[in-house]
Design a protein around this ligand. Structure first.
Ligand SMILES: NC(=O)c1ccc[n+]([C@@H]2O[C@H](COP(=O)([O-])OP(=O)(O)OC[C@H]3O[C@@H](n4cnc5c(N)ncnc54)[C@H](OP(=O)(O)O)[C@@H]3O)[C@@H](O)[C@H]2O)c1
Length: 276
């Protein structure tokens, strides 16, 4: 059983999903602590997962080997400055999941250079099917990198990148990505209803089709393009639909959307980085 002592700062959606994944993966619940301002949330987290809950961030990190920063990006400066005063001489490994908050800003607010990993998970960590980008700063040892990977892998698939800036691209692709696929599922469901299907049938078939396509793409040796061609009989129904997507400029639209999300991640970095 894994007994690494981990403190989660912020007990919101992502922290809860990561905690659930760790516990499902066999992590000892008593080794996990969460801090959150809301009393109700703390009680709910402690009762649901059997973990410790603290109102005070400094108390939460007192014995931690790893500190997971899971607050909103806008809360980062205040939370880090508060933690800086309580960090021990040998600090724990810090893992931040905050979008657009750079390692330089974090070290600045935390008051010194320290081992720091930035992770960009996505909401499917809730069902241990997340896609998680990771980047370690120069102070992080290989052992600490392995520790970070072990923790995040409980939430899904992990991928390290060499350049911190690539995390903005990952945020735009897989961090925000579940919303893109869900939007497509919603659109497909609506289109099914327009074609006369019942709402239940349209929803179920839309979701199962997304799941099937994703599993096929993950488990097959063939590329998504090759798998797509298998569905597309010459002169058939799929070809007509794909032509309609092409006429509507789907690829360009996806590219614009991902670029817009990446730009926003950059804006957040610049905005928060300016808060020295
Ligand atoms: N959601 C996603 O898809 C996603 C994906 C990847 C990364 N992220 C990143 O994950 C982080 C958390 O996102 P989330 O969706 O989990 O947000 P969230 O549900 O709002 O969680 C943040 C939690 O932190 C608490 N909090 C606020 N101030 C605090 C403080 N000073 N000390 C301790 N806790 C404090 C909040 O409490 P109150 O609600 O009472 O303020 C809330 O429970 C963000 O930085 C985001 O960029 C999110």
């Amino acid at each position: 059983m894994n007994r690494t002592r981990i403190a989660f700062i912020g007990g919101g959606n992502m922290a809860q999903s990561l905690i659930a994944g760790l516990i499902a993966d066999g992590h000892e619940a008593a080794a996990l602590t969460v801090s959150d301002p809301l009393d109700d949330k703390r009680q709910q987290l402690a009762a649901t997962y059997g973990i410790k809950a603290a109102a005070d961030n400094a108390a939460a990190i007192a014995e931690a080997q790893v500190v997971m920063l899971c607050v909103k990006p806008q809360s980062a400066p205040a939370v880090c400055r508060e933690l800086a005063a309580s960090l021990p001489h040998t600090p724990p490994l810090i893992i931040s999941i905050m979008a657009g908050v750079t390692e330089a800003s974090l070290c600045h607010w935390l008051g010194r250079p320290l081992a720091l990993v930035r992770a960009m998970p996505n909401t499917p960590v809730m069902v241990q099917s997340g896609a998680i980008g990771l980047h370690a700063n120069a102070e992080t040892t290989p052992t600490q990198q392995n520790l970070a990977e072990e923790i995040l892998r409980a939430g899904g698939l992990t991928r390290w990148v060499e350049r911190e800036a690539d995390l903005d691209a990952i945020t735009a692709l897989s961090g925000s990505g579940p919303a893109y696929f869900l939007l497509f599922m919603e659109a497909l469901e609506k289109a099914g209803i327009e074609q006369g299907l019942s709402a239940d049938t349209a929803r179920l078939l839309s979701i199962q089709t997304a799941l099937g396509a994703a599993r096929m793409a993950m488990e097959s040796d063939e590329s998504p393009a090759q798998l797509r061609q298998r569905v597309t009989s010459p002169g058939g129904t799929t070809e007509r639909a794909l032509n309609a997507f092409a006429d509507g400029g789907l690829e360009t639209l996806v590219s614009r959307a991902v670029n817009a999300a990446r730009q926003r991640a950059g804006e957040l970095s610049a905005l928060l980085g300016a808060e020295k």
